[in-house]
Design a protein around this ligand. Structure first.
Ligand code: IPM
Ligand code: MG
Length: 359
């Protein structure tokens, strides 16, 4: 089968890590049809918009999207700027209807000491943050700043429909069924009306899944329990903003943000009958190390593995990539972000090659 993939490397370390993920896919001997486009800050510089029509079209026509990272410090300086690099990823999520973001957090034995947390706390951690991705505070209107100093004001709006909550919760229970059969729904029902809606709808969906254990948790308590006893979790289902925060926190259970892949899925199927999806590392553009060839490509490579599994049904190939990554780590190979005494530190390209050598 021909894998038609939109490759959107973006800014910062995005292009470097994307190149390694593509190299790994090529090494598997897959029939790839790659379409590349600029998105993010580089697209603003070149074309005046973070998500040019051409890039969105390429993404819509593809079976799956590999996405690097977007963001540039120079666009953070003007708080009223109408054009921002982040609009690329938000526009893609919305434009492709990718309402569910899977962020698996799995502790590698080889990296137990790379985390700032104690090995006995993180050993065996295997959870998924299931983040709602096209609603909530990220997209609610009104949003914006008005007035002049000293009377400036700003507003964001958190808005959810029950359909948006229900489809995410259904996915949470379906995922849990194939795993440890537990769903934790994190909200702020003690403060927010949207939180109370999440709780009501989650309880309704739960009725259909009597075989799956379910608990509600306040999002702040969830943040605490993630550090206290992360092994207690299986699926954490939560709204957009809380999912953004909890997934960065959870990434540290693996030692580094450079290890965490993600898949963004909707209900739309691609030409092969699998879910069309966008696959990206959660780490972002990391401009401080961009262009130096030192960024850790493993989260991007693991995102490509998720793509093979979810958008193409190529489970065996996905496992080959995941096992090659685990073997590289077992062999003491590291990038700068996860280096420890006694390990060998590799650059981006060399780490990509090390994975390929272990496929
Ligand atoms: C993420 C990122 C994005 C988000 C940014 C880049 C807009 O932090 O994917 O977690 O907030 O969703
Ligand atoms: Mg984030």
């Amino acid at each position: 089968m021909k894998l038609r993939i939109a490759v959107l490397p973006g800014d910062g370390i995005g292009p470097e890590v994307c190149a390694e993920a593509v190299a790994v896919l090529q090494a598997l001997g897959l029939d790839l049809e790659l379409h590349t486009a600029l998105v993010g800050g580089c697209a603003i510089d070149a074309q005046g918009t973070a998500l040019p029509d051409e890039a969105l079209r390429i993404a819509q026509d593809a079976d799956a999207v590999l996405f690097g990272a977007v963001g540039m410090a120079k666009f953070d300086k003007d708080p009223t700027a109408k054009v921002r690099p982040e609009q690329a990823i938000l526009g893609l999520r919305k434009g492709l209807g990718l309402f569910a973001n899977l962020r698996p957090v799995k502790a590698y034995d080889a990296l137990l000491d790379a985390s700032t947390l104690k090995p006995e706390v993180i050993r065996g951690v295997d959870l998924i943050i299931l983040r709602e991705l096209t609603g909530g505070t990220y997209f609610g209107k009104p949003q914006g700043q008005s007035g002049e100093a000293p009377h400036r004001q700003a507003v964001d709006t958190t808005f959810y429909t029950e359909d948006e909550v229900r489809r995410l919760m259904i996915m949470a229970f379906e995922l849990a069924r194939g795993r440890k059969k537990k769903v934790t729904q994190a909200d702020k029902a003690n403060v927010m009306a949207t939180g109370r809606l999440w709780r009501q709808v989650a309880h309704e969906v739960r009725e259909e899944y009597p075989d799956v254990e379910y608990e509600d948790m306040y999002a702040d308590a969830c943040a605490m329990h993630l550090l206290r006893n992360p092994r207690a979790f299986d699926i954490i289902a939560t709204e957009n903003l809380f999912g953004d925060i909890l997934s960065d926190e959870a990434s540290m259970l693996t030692g580094s943000m450079g290890m965490l892949p993600s898949a963004s899925l909707g209900d739309a199927l691609n030409r092969h009958g699998y879910r069309r999806g966008l696959y990206e590392p959660i780490h972002g553009a990391a401009h401080d190390i961009a262009g130096q060839g030192v960024a850790n490509p493993l989260a991007m490579i693991l995102s490509a593995a998720m793509m093979l599994r979810w958008s193409f049904g190529l489970h065996r190939e996905a496992e080959r990539i995941e096992q090659a990554v685990a073997r590289a780590l077992d062999d003491g190979l590291r990038c700068g972000d996860i280096k420890q005494p006694g390990t060998t530190v590799l650059g981006t390209r060399e780490m990509g090659q090390a994975v390929i050598a272990r496929l």
